[in-house]
Ligand binder design. Structure first.
Ligand code: G3P
Ligand code: MG
Length: 243
């Protein structure tokens, strides 16, 4: 059965990557959550999408220039709606303390494709293991060198290269870095490529699939998972409640 991942939580109806967005996606019946991780200036993994805090908080500047204490002062909800003004940027550890008590799957996206974060891979990997999440965590990144580094640390974890344009024979590319999963931008997935990926035993989890027609399409293809801002709609279609 195709799994449904809430992209940054239930990010259509809640401010992305906040506790409100995660609990909402869980209530909607998502099987898993996709989150984005950076490091603060004092080396703490925190959950936010952009390299800077400008779009999703009341602050400005690069995440890497904030200490944890400073970034915790920011309001991470009001940009979306005043109803969420108490939301704060979460540390990865705070998030893991919550998710480890649920049955949810986890997809951690390492956001180091433009900004370099020293030892991000090791820090994230050890926290995931410390909270017993190793078996249900997928690591993805647009920085494929990071995924190779994770693979060298552990031969069994699920690593998945993210990509936004079609690449040549992605099953060979994935295997070349020891990956058995890929996370392609959904429009880059030509049916012939999708079929070949499945024939080669590569797990396919397209992002970010929000329109009903595309949700139907990838559910019909029985992809391994769909990453979506609207997990409620995806679950309803999977349940046959939306024809
Ligand atoms: O992990 C899927 C998706 O989140 C990748 O792109 O920019 O939404 O983090 P982005
Ligand atoms: Mg992401």
């Amino acid at each position: 059965m195709t799994k449904i991942f809430g992209h940054r939580g239930a990010s259509k109806v809640c401010p992305e990557n906040t506790m409100a967005a995660y609990t909402r996606a869980y209530e909607m019946g998502a099987d898993g959550l996709e989150i984005d991780v950076h490091l603060t200036s004092d080396g703490i993994p925190v959950i936010i999408h952009d390299d800077t805090v400008k779009r999703t908080t009341n602050g400005k500047g690069y995440v890497k220039h904030f200490t944890l204490a400073e970034i915790k002062q920011l309001d991470a909800g009001s940009w979306f709606s005043l109803a969420f003004q108490h939301e704060r940027i979460l540390t990865l550890e705070e998030f893991l303390q919550w998710i480890c008590r649920t049955p949810l799957l986890l997809n951690i996206e390492l956001k180091n494709n433009k900004v370099h974060y020293e030892d991000l891979e090791k820090k994230v990997y050890s926290l995931v293991n410390a909270y017993g999440m190793k078996e249900r965590t997928i690591y993805s990144s647009f920085n494929h060198y990071s995924l190779v580094q994770l693979r060298s640390m552990d031969p069994y974890i699920d690593i998945a290269p993210l990509y936004s344009s079609a690449i040549y024979e992605p099953w060979n590319y994935a295997k070349s870095m020891g990956a058995l999963s890929v996370h392609p931008q959904f429009k880059s997935l030509h049916p012939i490529i999708l079929e070949s990926l499945q024939e080669h035993g590569i797990r396919v989890r397209p992002y970010t699939v929000n329109q009903e027609k595309w949700l139907h399409y990838f559910l019909d293809w029985q992809v391994d998972a769909i990453i979506t801002d609207t997990p409620d709609v995806a679950v309803a279609i999977r349940n046959g409640e939306i024809p």
